[in-house]
Each structure stands twice: as C-alpha cells, then as structure tokens.
Write a protein that binds this ligand. Structure first.
Ligand code: 13P
Ligand code: SF4
Length: 368
C-alpha cells in the first residue's frame, strides 16, 4: 500500500485527543497497559520517540521485532510502534486471532513506497527476458507485503540490515544474479562487503524502466532497485570531513542505508543494533559521530554521558513517518481496544500473506 492509499484510508485523530496534557495521556496509557496485561503487546522500533518508547514491552531493530512478533503467542493485541511495513510483518507472522494495530496509519516509509508491485512485476518480466532464469529476488524488510510476497513466490527471501550479508551470500549460492529491492545503498554496501566489485552491479530504474549499466550485461551479478532512505541519504562526505576536523580522534559510525561513498569514508557501519552495541561497548571518553535516525542518536547521547556522541549531520531531522506515532495516537489506539472498537488494524490478505511469510521465514531460519 502506498502513502496515498494510506492517507485515503486514514481516519484522523479525534478532536478529544488533541488538547490533552502529557501527564494525562501518560496516566491513561499506563492504566490501560495494566488493565490489558498480557493481552497487549507493544513492540517499539529504536527510531521511535522517547515518549512512546517508555511504554514499549520490547525495543529492537527490524530483525528483532520480526523475531519477537513470530514468537509472541499470548497477546491478543499487538500495538506496533514503528512504521507500516513493520506492522504488516507482525500481522503476517502472528496468528489469525491476533490483531495488529498501527497507532497512526500515516506512519509509512518513503523507501518502501519506492517499489510497488506493478513496477516490480514489469521489471521482473524485462529482466527475465534479458537474463533468463538466473536471478533470485531479495527484498529489504522495508517493503510492502506485496513485494515480500512476490519475492517469496520467486524463491527469494527478505533481509534486514542485521543479516543482509548472510542473505546476499545465500542468494548468490542459489542463482547467478540477485535483484535487490528497494534500497540500492544497502544492496551495494552489502555486495561490496562480500567482495563483489561495483563494475558487476547494475541499477534498475523503475521510473524509466531501464537498466543502468555500461558494461556487457553478462557481467552483471547484482541488480539494485533504485530506491533509498531519504533520512540516511542526508549524511554526506562533507559531514564526515567537517566532524573529523572539529573532533580529532572521532570515529564515524553509520547505518548501511547511507550512500556507498559515506559508508566507505566511515570507520564502522552496521544495523541499528550494531550501532547500539558498538556505543555500549566503547570506552568512556571515546568520541563518535553517528549517521542514523535522530531519535536513536539523541537516546544514545542521553544514555552514554561518559562518551562524546554527536549526530554526523548536525542539521539532521528525525524520520518524519516514524515520528507520527506519538502519545495522542498511542492513547487513541489503546482506548479503541478497551472500548471494543479497534481502529487502524493492519490486515494483510491471506493470499499475499502466504508467500510473504515464506520469504520472511527463509530469512528467520537463517538468522540467530
Ligand atoms: P534496522 O532496524 O534494520 O536497522 O533498519 C533501520 C530502518 O530504517 C528501519 O526503518
Ligand atoms: Fe523508512 Fe528511512 Fe524512515 Fe527507516 S528511516 S522508516 S527506511 S524512511
């Protein structure tokens, strides 16, 4: 589902939630959490705001939250504090009886919107005609359920930033080539990390419907979908040069959704979990410039006052769609459950869910 569909579907926040004090919302959310007990499960992605994270039963990166959704059998309601594709994943991996709710339907992901199923089917036909049956599709979990389903149906799997290397490695054992959707940067950084030269990577442009590649097509091993994260693309080589000048000895640590040039110029890169673990085990007094979403960077700054931590881009904004989940929407979602009139349920249709689950399970069984 694209952003426009979501907006059309979105039933807005009722006026009664618009002027409540923070204190009142916090108290009402706490009361509902106590009342629902184990009937309610509230996972929160690391990029969520502190006001929401304080209520999370578990926090995690996209891999951990997918694993926890698959394991959780007791909760009747899963109120997902993250973005739309994560709630879809929770719905696909949970049981038929469990109800998944996204507190604000406008919490989408601009990267996931960069590949729709019609574009993907069109691209697949052209690529199959050109390369024959030599391609395995892989999709970053930051994609719609329909794309996951397409990938599952065609023998492929999902990946997250935590397991992308292992999954690309696995995919290249199955077929000569891979189509990597929808984040070209994660795909390029991961394949390069596995020793595949840039000269063997082509880019599929879904708007022009063409392959961007200069060499002979038989040399292509990785076909990168031309999508990106608008948050992580904002970290630049100039930011790295500036922070190295201003903070001598600083280590630059970035998410692999950043561009190839930025990842190459950094000292370390890795998933949200790797970023957190690296900072946790860093010595007191060490200096870090972090290239990822601002809510997480600010949380790391607050929880590690003994380390010098800055955002790699001093003018960075948080991910706007992640930020749509806030106290009023969380309270609205929880009260709708208590009142027996559940709002914003995420339900993937059974046919789509079947093969999307196949793609997710292929990944989960290879991830610890
Ligand atoms: P991870 O949680 O896999 O690190 O991904 C970051 C992200 O962009 C989620 O939207
Ligand atoms: Fe999507 Fe980027 Fe926001 Fe993650 S940070 S939800 S990839 S727009």
């Amino acid at each position: 589902m694209g952003v426009l569909d979501i907006l059309k579907q979105s039933n807005g926040l009722p006026a009664k939630y618009k002027n409540l004090t923070e204190l009142e919302m916090v108290a009402r959310i706490q009361t509902i959490k106590e009342k629902l007990g184990e009937e309610l499960y509230l996972p929160g992605h690391h990029y969520q705001k502190d006001e929401v994270i304080q209520f999370a039963d578990d926090t995690g990166d996209s891999l951990k939250l997918a694993q926890l959704s698959a394991e959780n059998a007791q909760a009747k309601y899963i109120v997902f504090c993250g973005v739309h594709f994560m709630a879809e994943t929770a719905d696909i991996l949970s049981s038929e009886e469990q109800i998944v709710v996204l507190p604000d339907m406008r919490a989408g992901c601009s990267m996931a919107d960069m590949a729709d199923i019609y574009q993907t089917e069109k691209a697949w036909k052209i690529l199959q005609d050109a390369f024959g049956d030599t391609i395995l599709p892989l999709t970053y979990v930051n994609s719609t359920a329909s794309i996951k389903s397409f990938v599952g149906k065609n023998g492929g799997a999902t990946v997250t930033s935590s397991n992308a290397k292992a999954m690309v490695d696995w995919a290249l054992e199955q077929k000569e080539r891979i189509l990597f959707l929808p984040d070209q940067h994660l795909g390029r950084n991961t394949a390069h990390n596995l020793g595949i030269p840039l000269e063997q990577m082509a880019v599929w442009d879904p708007i022009a419907n063409e392959l961007e590649y200069d060499g002979p097509w038989e040399d292509v091993r990785i076909i990168l979908w031309k999508g990106h994260c608008s948050v992580h693309e904002k970290f630049t080589l100039e930011n790295i040069a500036q922070v190295r000048e201003e903070m001598p000895g600083v280590k630059v640590l970035v998410h692999p959704e950043c561009t190839f040039e930025v990842v190459q110029a950094s000292d370390e890169n890795g998933s949200t979990k790797k970023i957190i673990d690296t900072i946790e085990s860093a010595p007191a007094g060490s200096s870090w410039a972090i290239g990822t979403e601002m809510n997480l960077v600010n949380r790391l700054i607050q929880t590690h006052p003994d380390k010098n931590i800055v955002s790699l881009n001093p003018n960075m904004c948080p991910c706007l769609t992640m930020n749509r989940i806030d106290l009023p929407h969380l309270l609205w979602a929880l009260e709708s459950i208590v009142e027996g009139n559940v709002i914003n349920q995420i339900k993937v249709d059974a046919e789509t869910a079947h093969f999307a689950k196949v793609a997710l399970e292929r990944m989960l069984e290879k991830s610890i």
